[in-house]
Each structure stands twice: as structure tokens, then as C-alpha cells.
Design a binder for this molecule. Sequence first.
Ligand SMILES: [Zn+2]
Length: 142
Amino acid sequence: MENRYVEEYDKPTAAYYLTLIGGVLGIIAGVVLLFFLIGIWVIIANVMVIVYAQKLMEEPMEHSKWANYIIIFSVLSGLNLLALIGGVLASVYNPPSRSISPQLHLPKSQQPQTRICAQCGTITVEDAYFCPSCGKRYPDYV
Ligand SMILES: [Zn+2]
């Protein structure tokens, strides 16, 4: 657990690769099954599985949503077990709050602060010396 914050991005890689491999194997199975009409559906469902595996990596915070889609399509594709396990892993994945939205977890003093010009209402950063709009000098620095 000590290493938890060492890595910049603690992504759901295990879930991703399991789902990805499952999806690729599923597409291959679908191509073989193309002799039958069901093959087209197997391919489509597995493409969806891979699409949602990508979404999982792009938006790990939404992992529950992507996990549901992965599980649904892995079942619909004819019970793709690898993708199904990947989906379950994605479902239980615990996103590291620090790497997802660091600003929300910074101490109050480290968050970017803004101030509003008393004269013209322009919003500037806290450490601005003058209002960029009307040029009014901020009282704190007089
Ligand atoms: Zn101003």
C-alpha cells in the first residue's frame, strides 16, 4: 500500500487487458462463426467489449458503468469468459482518487484561488496585483 501513490496512474490494466484479449479472441471466434449468421453478432458484441475496455482506461472513474457494458456484451456475445472476468475486475476496480482529480484532494491552501475585482467584477487569480480589466490595484498589496 506504500507504493499506492508512487505511480502517476494506477489504471485498471488487469481488467483492461483481460477484456481486450477476450474481445480479440471473441472476434476471431466470430470470424470462424461467420459461416453461420450468428458470427456477425459475435463480432459486433466483441467489438463493443473492446470499445468499452478502451473507455475504461480513458475514464477509470466511470469504471462501474464501463464494467456493466463489458459484462453485458461479454454475455451477449455468447459468454466470453475472459471479457466477463475483465468486466468483473473493472467493476471492483478501486480508482485512486489522487490521480483522477488531484485538485479536489489538495489542501485548501493549494487549490487555485480567484478573486473578484470590487470595481469592475473581473475574476482574476488570487496573486494578481492589478485587475487586468480596469487596472484597479488590489487592497492587499497597497
Ligand atoms: Zn477591475
